[in-house]
Design a protein around this ligand. Structure first.
Ligand code: CA
Length: 228
């Protein structure tokens, strides 16, 4: 199955989930047990000396976006749908917030759609299949998803991969990845060629905050804390 087809399927499933489910979340699993499947470079010895894994690790502060393009939030909230905010519990003291009730791209009847995206530029040294991790703080069951995509600026908003809807807990910082299926430990891996890339994080529901993005080709790595 091509990646475009999968992407459209993901977007379609996301839309279906939003339409069907007022609670917005149906996956209550949490935690995760790493496996060794597909590991490319386990630790080993060479000449009696231990050498480290050769996995890549790209860490990006959310607030370092090269730009944030955002509609105005609904009047009761004011300001922009997506904005950098101070947060003493966030890495660097800042994160990006989509405040609750700011508006969504697929709103209930009577509300205008509200779109927002943060754009990042980064460089990949070694081509590979990368897992996208995001340190995020979900608001509630209807504020626990965002979209991410690579090298697709200009595409329709929802042509992207959903992450979240992973069962809380809410209003705490935790890491989420894009899952191929809802089962734990089924992390989507994005092929990224060596060179320059664009990543976007797009709004889906209102309420989330996001703080740090980690891209790694280590299939077993599960980020902890701020991953500093
Ligand atoms: Ca941050």
């Amino acid at each position: 199955m091509g990646s475009g087809v999968r992407r459209l399927m993901a977007a379609g499933l996301a839309a279906a989930a939003a339409a069907l489910c007022l609670s917005c979340s149906k996956d209550n699993s949490a935690g995760g047990a790493p496996s060794n499947n597909g590991r490319k470079g386990s630790r080993g010895t060479k000449g009696g000396v231990e050498f480290a894994d050769s996995f890549e690790r790209i860490r990006i502060e959310a607030e370092s976006a090269v730009k944030i393009e955002s509609d105005d939030a609904l009047p009761d909230v004011g300001g922009k749908v997506m904005r950098v905010v101070d947060d003493p519990t966030a890495s660097g003291g800042k994160c990006i917030s989509v405040p609750d009730k700011a508006g969504t791209p697929d709103p209930p009847a009577g509300q205008p759609p509200k779109h927002a995206r943060a754009v990042y530029k980064f460089k990949v040294k070694a081509a590979g299949k990368y897992i996208f991790w995001c340190r995020r703080n979900w608001w509630d069951q209807c504020g626990d998803t965002l979209y991410v995509r690579f090298d697709k600026e200009g595409a329709p908003h929802a042509e992207a991969f959903l992450f979240g809807s992973d069962g809380g807990p809410y209003k705490v910082w935790k890491w989420s990845e894009v899952r191929d299926k809802e089962e734990e430990d089924n992390r989507r891996r994005f092929y990224l060629a060596a060179g320059d890339h664009t990543m976007e994080i797009l709004n889906r529901e209102d309420g989330p905050r996001f703080d740090v993005i980690l891209l790694t080709d280590d299939p077993d790595h599960v980020p902890q804390g701020m991953e500093e």
